[in-house]
Design a protein around this ligand. Structure first.
Ligand code: ACO
Length: 428
């Protein structure tokens, strides 16, 4: 017999079915709660609330485990490529050679963006934040792909939109960067694989021969893989909830990009480097900044530390820390902020404040240092996170559609005024 939990309200007892996932995590099914009892649950910030059943990503925050479609992140980061992981997340299985070639081919066919979209780039102020540009440009893609607006899209059209979005995202991200420098944009070269094409468009100059560095391409693949999905986080939940209203794929992903922008989410990678720079300029006294982070009267938080779900360690941070050492050594880059980051980590990991609250470095603590070494400016970091997270968002959107999930619509407990009578403005 399946397990149930019992809920007692007043003198009545209600049975709540217990749901069990494939990794043995358990949930109380309260979907009939309001109908049966008239009560709702309250869980501000969704710390205990499962919003969906999902077969995409599993993470165990207590044990520091992360798997995409059952495959450990450590294996994927070491052996796979970003585009293969994108296929895995979106279609559920690792591709055969033929499937992977076809996927890459279909994406490559769509790397050009409509020439009229260039006018958008011209319209943004030159110093406007790349994330603001990215969310607008991805939203604008819906206007250039009106077939995506039809309700009840066939699987073929959904696949077409997915290929277009993955392809155009990399062109758009590289063009945002080029425009920020006032440099001419580079058109994609479809003989390259996805990541090489992106790096080529981003860093090649019409004046010079672009040398492909396999170490750089491999580091970039790794970073994008590590960011590719993270189950029901703020941006993925945003994508699902916007998509649940039947909004098109581009609008849903554009909303996810906006959610990612915040410094408590993807924006943390930019905030980490800014913080490390600030500490460096202040003389590099890490103890002083650790104390600031602990001081409840000081709004400063140690950026890149802590995670809503990981309360042991973030497995991505472990991989990135190692990759960071490797790439800096390989490129011969000496970065003082890396030394500050290491010192901060060492001090924080021994400090009772951080230990008691289970605050560990997260994925963003070291990623920015690698992005810097590769030549990206700080305000591009969150855009790179978005480039990596795109397959995850698409997979979440597709799964939500395939599961025919109803429109997302939370409830609330009303705490406002009651029964006021309208009085004329002259008597207020
Ligand atoms: N520095 C100092 N104290 C912290 C930090 C930090 N980075 N993170 C959490 N704390 C403290 C809080 O002040 C709180 O202390 P209290 O119990 O004495 O009040 C306790 O730890 C719990 O913190 P919450 O904010 O309740 O934890 P929550 O799970 O809601 O937040 C979050 C997680 C947002 C990631 C938080 O740790 C944080 O702000 N970190 C810095 C920003 C960051 O790195 N974000 C990236 C997250 S990873 C990602 O999105 C890819």
């Amino acid at each position: 017999m399946s397990e149930t939990a019992q809920l007692k309200i007043g003198d009545k007892t209600y049975d709540l079915p217990v749901i069990e996932g494939t990794e043995n995590e358990k949930a109380l099914d309260i979907s009939k709660l309001r109908d049966l009892t008239g009560y709702i649950t309250l869980d501000i910030g969704y710390k205990n609330t499962g919003a969906t059943k999902s077969a995409i990503t599993f993470l165990d925050g207590e044990q520091g485990i992360l798997k995409y479609r059952g495959y450990p992140i450590e294996q994927l980061a070491e052996k796979s490529t970003f585009i293969e992981v994108a296929y895995l997340l979106i279609y559920g299985k690792l591709p055969t050679t033929e499937q992977l070639d076809k996927f890459q081919f279909e994406i490559n066919r769509h790397t050009l963006v409509h020439e009229d979209m260039k006018k958008f780039f011209d319209g943004f102020p030159s110093k406007s934040h790349p994330m603001g540009q990215l969310s607008s440009l991805i939203g604008a893609l819906a206007a250039f792909n009106p077939e995506s607006l039809e309700p009840g899209l066939s699987a073929e059209i959904v696949d077409l939109e997915i290929h277009k979005l993955i392809a155009k995202m990399s062109t758009i991200v590289s063009w945002i960067y080029k425009k920020s420098l006032g440099h001419p944009v580079n058109y994609p070269k479809n003989k390259f694989d996805y990541v090489t094409n992106f790096m080529y468009m981003t860093f090649s100059q019409p004046t010079e021969q672009y040398e492909i560095n396999p170490v750089v391409i491999s580091a970039m693949n790794k970073l994008l893989i590590l960011h590719a999905d993270h189950e029901q986080n703020c941006s993925a939940s945003t994508v699902r909830i916007v998509g649940s209203s039947d909004a098109n794929l581009y609008a849903s992903i554009s909303a996810g990009i906006s959610a990612l922008w915040g410094p408590l989410h993807g924006g943390a990678n930019q905030a980490v480097i800014e913080m490390l720079e600030q500490i460096k300029e202040d003389g590099g006294d890490t103890d002083k900044w650790i104390n600031k982070a602990k001081d409840k009267n000081d709004p400063f938080r140690l950026m890149g530390f802590g995670h809503r779900v990981y309360k042991n360690f973030d497995p991505r941070a472990k991989i990135i820390k190692k990759a960071c050492d490797d790439i800096l050594e390989n490129l011969g880059v000496q970065d003082e902020v890396l030394e500050i980051a290491k010192r901060l980590e060492e001090v924080a990991l021994k400090d009772p404040y951080f230990v008691e609250r289970k605050l560990y470095p997260n994925v963003d603590f070291y990623s920015g240092i690698i992005y810097r070494a590769l030549g990206f400016p700080t305000d591009m970091f969150t855009v790179l996170f978005a480039l990596g997270r795109l397959p995850g968002w698409i997979a979440q959107w597709k799964e939500m559609k395939e599961n025919k999930e109803p429109i997302g619509r939370p409830r609330q407990i009303y705490t406002g005024a009651t029964d006021l009578d309208y009085n004329d403005i002259s008597s207020r």
